[in-house]
Design a protein around this ligand. Structure first.
Ligand code: SAH
Ligand code: SF4
Ligand code: F3S
Length: 440
């Protein structure tokens, strides 16, 4: 039994990718084992954690300005503890404490288990060691959802794309043993979870006693309804893996496959390890085997030395491939990466212009893609109520598109067959179909 006085509260700010979202769940799990509850607001917390992202300057700035505001809370309450975790912590190391001496504890993404030291007041203050043991650690996780779960399958990245800071903040690639992954997913299935998303910076280079395709085949036997994974690297997407995705019942018909640029010259400078035509070959095979598959991607505009011609090749790629959706970013120079020291950095207005142009082109493509599923019947996993209309539910198709449907008292976590009635630029509306009868 917990002594009432020992109950403390924690508030966590999470920035960045799914890896960070899941790391926050792991830290909250460790803390709840130590008697911590989650606070609704930072003002009410005994401990505030920043789980930071360093991928672009903007992400880092967001954290630093929030940290500045939090300093005022600490001034009012000396017993408030502040921890900085995640990729900025790993990148900036001791400089965080130099810059912000009111921070109590700084820990890198490979050392999140040490958040318990803070609780036991061992207070080592900083932990940034490379920690290959991370793949063998098991965490008690406090998951945000009771329907969909993140499952780590590998940590770190070896790719060293020339613009990217992740290999420096998350360390070398290491895969988690397959039996651990499988037992975690079995447990989630038994607990009623409907969907798992396998996490890693480059999931298709997973390698333990089995490779990624082997892992997917074993996961499929568990019979959880939906399996997704992020992120795949085009270079490591084998024919064998494409076939497995098409054959396995639980693996969803959606692939996030970052292309970054349509110019071979830029792809080479980015150290991506594939050409545009090799990328297209994979897309063609995916679509031949799975005509309904949704493909999404990431684009960087204004990489150093990107000419108008290079940029127009990216535009051409978007028009040729017709992704279901993209995330596009302005190139952000990150200290310590190869691209940081490259010549011919572009002015910000050029990067912005290209970014806005790309987003506009993609908007029309996304709309066209959404239109294509009008009048089709889709399986929707209900995730919750619409924020703007409490009479409506929101869920996702297997292709990861968000659909709004009327609330006919379906439970969150249930599967509804819905006919897509209207496709808009940013949303899809469906009508629920029950045993062949269309309601409403
Ligand atoms: N491991 C994943 C995710 C990496 S981060 C992958 O390889 O795709 C997600 C995206 O951020 C990348 O795909 C890239 O498009 C973008 N990104 C990474 N570093 C960046 C930088 N320095 N500037 C702008 N965008 C960047
Ligand atoms: Fe970064 Fe490239 Fe690794 Fe992705 S694959 S995390 S973009 S280095
Ligand atoms: Fe950001 Fe680190 Fe993820 S830099 S995108 S939180 S791996």
């Amino acid at each position: 039994m917990l002594n009432f006085k020992m109950i403390k509260t924690v508030y966590i700010y999470t920035y960045g990718c799914q890896m960070n979202v899941h790391d926050s769940e792991k830290m909250l799990g460790i803390l709840s084992e130590n008697g911590y509850r989650t606070a609704e607001k930072p003002e009410e917390a005994d401990l505030i954690i920043f789980n930071t992202c360093a991928i672009r300057e903007k992400a880092e700035q967001k954290f630093f300005s929030q940290l500045g505001r939090t300093k005022l809370l600490k001034k009012k309450r000396q017993d408030l503890k502040i921890a900085v975790a995640g990729c900025v912590a790993q990148d900036a190391k001791d400089n965080i404490i130099k810059k912000a001496p009111f921070v109590d504890f700084v820990l890198g993404p490979q050392n999140i288990h040490l958040i318990s030291d803070l609780v036991s007041e061992k207070n080592t203050r900083t932990s940034f060691e490379e920690n290959p043991d991370i793949a063998y650690k098991e965490y008690i996780t406090k998951r945000d959802s009771s329907i969909k779960a993140w499952v780590s399958i590998m940590y770190g990245c070896n790719n060293f794309c020339s613009y990217c800071i992740v290999p420096y903040t998350r360390g070398r690639e290491i895969s988690r043993p397959s039996n651990r992954i499988l037992s975690e997913i079995r447990q989630l299935h038994e607990n009623g979870y409907k969907e798992v998303t396998l996490l890693g910076q480059n999931v298709n280079s997973y390698m333990s006693d089995i490779d990624f395709t082997g892992l997917l085949r074993k996961i499929d036997l568990i019979n959880i309804n939906r399996v997704r994974f992020v992120t795949s690297h085009p270079r490591d997407l084998s024919d064998d893996l494409i076939r497995a995705i098409s054959e396995l019942k639980s693996v969803c018909e959606h692939l996030h496959l970052p292309i970054q640029s349509g110019s071979d010259r830029i792809l080479d400078l980015m150290n991506r390890g594939y050409s545009y035509s090799e990328y297209i070959e994979k897309i063609n095979m995916l679509r031949e085997l799975m005509p309904g598959i949704a493909i999404t991607s990431d684009i960087i505009t204004g990489f150093p030395g990107e000419t108008d011609e290079d940029y127009m090749l990216t535009v051409k790629a978007l028009e040729e491939i017709e992704f279901d959706g993209i995330f596009a970013f302005k190139f952000s120079p990150r200290k310590g990466t190869k691209a940081f020291g490259m010549s011919k950095h572009l002015p910000d207005n050029v990067k912005t212009e290209r970014l806005n142009h790309i987003l506009k082109i993609q908007e029309d493509i996304t709309y066209k893609k959404n239109k294509m599923i009008e009048r089709t019947i889709q399986e929707i996993l209900v995730e919750g109520h619409s924020e703007t209309d409490k009479n409506m539910l929101v869920g996702r198709t297997r292709t990861n598109k968000i659909v709004t449907i009327p609330d006919l008292q379906e439970n969150v976590g249930s599967f509804v067959k819905a006919k897509i009635q209207t496709a808009r630029r940013h949303s899809l509306y469906g009508i629920n179909i029950h045993s062949g009868r269309i309601l409403n």
